[in-house]
Ligand binder design. Sequence first.
Ligand code: NDP
Length: 315
Amino acid sequence: MSTTHACDVLIIGSGAAGCTAAIYAARAGKTTIMVHGMQPGGQLTITTDVENYPGFAHPVQGPWLMQQMEEQAAHVGATIIADTIIEAQLPEGGPFLCIGDSGDHYVGKALIIATGASARWLGLESEKKFQNFGVSACATCDGFFFRNKPVAVIGGGNSAVEEALYLAQIASHVTLIHRRDSLRAEHVMQQRLFAHEKISVIWDHVVDEFVGTDAPPSLTTLNLKHVTTGVITPLAVDGAFVAIGHVPNTWLFPSLDKDESGYLITASDSTKTNIAGVFAAGDVQDAIYRQAVTAAGTGCMAALEADRFLATHGL
Ligand code: NDP
């Protein structure tokens, strides 16, 4: 039998944005429910050392940091529920109804969307075939399976470099494959990568095909294509980690305005969406900064704006 959970402020997503929104909404005396889906804690739970979140002199572990944020939200009175929202009904001004795959209904007078973003894939047929059989988008989740084996990382941003550095502690060798001849990762990360004796970089190449055995599927080779000459070069690897960015989790919200990449559009200097009473915080609305600390900042803004919305409308 399904249950209806009603509250003042309903938050979907439990990453840095969702947890911060929950802390501020609960501390403002609002009944607050935070629903977390398939990846409680968001992207920080699949990262390792975090050394740029203020307040910690030494690196902390991403999963630990998220556990602390969630406990802090619970400690100040937010209710945290594990369920995956599969439908959202967003009438102008609310109340807003979200339905979980448990069948439960969640009703909020204000809604904060903090559903984050998910790993982007290359989109090759062969990538699908070897997903979980050598191809992964999470080094901290799957790196363990490639102890003393050669692996590759695809991408040139901070994620790719971070994954390569992490994997170099486990694998026999890491090859970073990038489609251009320079990385977009931060300078300090690049320096660490280039200095690492177990990491090499192949520039100006993309993966043309993931190749391996069939039964059971097991990755053995990447066929790499030079971006200008088209020449294919095989690279023997046991594992390949795709780290080419993220896509915002916004498919649940067809009635909300989005940019061409699918990020929710919020008003200038605000977390307000185009529907009154619905606010968006964190990576789901941030195509530019995408940092834990900026996600936390917009989570705070969303809770303050939700509080004002409730007060203004006598809710
Ligand atoms: P980014 O968007 O920064 O980088 C994606 C990389 O993948 C780019 O190098 C891009 O190439 C490449 N790429 C994209 N599509 C393809 C494709 N189809 N084929 C081959 N290569 C492709 O994403 P990240 O996930 O690295 O980072 C996202 C955000 O999170 C950033 O703001 C980053 O700073 C932040 N971050 C911060 C960390 C930290 O501070 N510790 C750790 C991880 C992420 P090209 O360069 O040619 O566009």
